[in-house]
Design a protein around this ligand. Structure first.
Ligand SMILES: NC(=O)c1ccc[n+]([C@@H]2O[C@H](COP(=O)([O-])OP(=O)(O)OC[C@H]3O[C@@H](n4cnc5c(N)ncnc54)[C@H](OP(=O)(O)O)[C@@H]3O)[C@@H](O)[C@H]2O)c1
Length: 347
């Protein structure tokens, strides 16, 4: 048996709810795989939460918990910060502080990214660190990475997507179980697919934020959010759903953006559309999400998968961490703080 020395990268986690708990679990479960692909172990060393007494995911070491996000961001013994608190405050301040302390940040925060993404990215670039946000849109589906890295030769004409799992679940249940929107929403809440206050989802704001992030990821420039026609699903009745079914159609909540020849976004919309059966988004059911990308060379490519959930979202965060690490360690001299070493035994 030979021994190899592996570096340990120390992760500071802000938030340990559905997503944060999933990150701890994902890093623990796939530790060996991450070491194999990135050459380093990613270890959560500190976790900031609001309420220290709450029950946590079983993988969480309670000794790592604290209720001071600023201390985690400033801690010189933390190499990289994962933000999974959500909302604008204090998430924005926390990300700014982590960047100013020279740490790269991975976040799942769509609202923050949609409203302040460019500002935060510029701040990170000026400080020589990175901001990754794959998990902020389409959960576990690698949409941001695909849009940023693949469509360089194609002119993308259009993006269309089902990006809100709550809306899609509600519309699917209305069709399959013949229940009203109110009943389907109550079921979504019981199953943990909808918040106690689901207005961000069913009024279309969440979808609008995600459309902004997708547009920026592809085009490098965003949309004027106030100018986009935005509709949620509140006004869809069971009779509407049944009428669509008998006409061979299915209501879906769809975001869409078109681009000109120079790749600039020219028009966008967010709202319910009665799709025909030949549409690739027609069969996207329940809490699944999908993104159809229309390129002038390739035609239409559709990415589909879990748009939310602890491990699916954590998967996107951990992939971002590994991406960051791989990029960092490929630089001639990298900026990881001096780290303790861990011995990994391999046959
Ligand atoms: N849930 C999903 O499937 C999903 C999918 C994609 C993206 N996201 C995004 O991921 C983020 C987190 O979502 P979530 O579902 O994990 O939310 P959540 O379950 O409500 O967890 C939020 C966590 O943040 C902590 N927190 C809130 N304010 C804090 C503060 N001031 N200081 C320290 N900790 C604080 C909370 O602490 P306590 O636990 O002590 O209350 C909790 O652990 C959001 O931006 C969301 O949009 C979620």
């Amino acid at each position: 048996m030979s021994e190899r020395v592996r570096p340990v990268v120390r992760v500071g986690l802000l938030g340990c709810g559905v997503v944060g708990g999933g990150v701890v679990e994902a890093l623990a479960r796939n530790r060996d795989r991450i070491v194999e692909t990135s050459g380093a172990a990613l270890e959560v060393r500190r976790i900031a939460v609001r309420d220290l007494r709450k029950a946590r995911n079983l993988y969480v070491d309670r000794d790592l918990l604290c209720d001071d996000w600023a201390a985690v961001c400033a801690d010189p013994a933390i190499d990289v910060v994962v933000e999974a608190m959500g909302g604008l405050h204090p998430a924005r301040d926390a990300i700014v502080q982590a960047i100013d302390c020279g740490k790269s940040v991975v976040t799942a925060n769509k609202q923050l990214l949609a409203l302040y993404g460019p500002e935060l990215e510029q701040r990170a670039a000026a400080r020589g660190v990175s901001l990754y946000y794959e998990a902020s849109v389409l959960g576990g589906i690698p949409a941001v990475h695909t849009l940023q890295t693949y469509f360089a030769a194609n002119r993308v004409r259009r993006l269309r997507g089902i990006v809100n799992g709550t809306c899609n679940f509600v519309l699917t249940r209305m069709e399959e179980a013949g229940v009203t929107l109110h009943e389907a929403l109550a079921e979504a809440q019981r199953l943990g697919y909808a918040e106690a206050d689901p207005s961000q989802d069913i009024d279309g704001d969440d979808a609008l934020y995600k459309l902004q992030i997708l547009t920026r990821a592809l085009a490098g420039q965003g949309l004027d959010l106030a100018a986009i026609p935005k509709q949620g699903i509140r006004s869809i009745t069971l009779a509407d759903v049944q009428k669509a079914t008998s006409a061979g159609r299915r209501w879906k909540h769809v975001v869409e953006v078109s681009f000109d020849d120079k790749g600039r976004p020219v028009s966008a919309s967010v709202g319910p559309v009665a799709l025909t059966a030949d549409d690739p988004l027609y069969r996207v059911g329940g809490v699944q999400n999908a993104l159809a990308i229309e390129g002038d060379l390739v035609g239409e490519v559709t990415l589909m998968g879990p748009g939310a959930g602890a491990l699916a979202t954590a998967s996107a965060i951990v992939e971002d961490l590994v991406k960051w690490l791989t990029r960092l360690t490929s630089l001639p001299s990298h900026h990881l703080a001096p780290t303790p070493r861990v011995l990994v035994c391999s046959p």
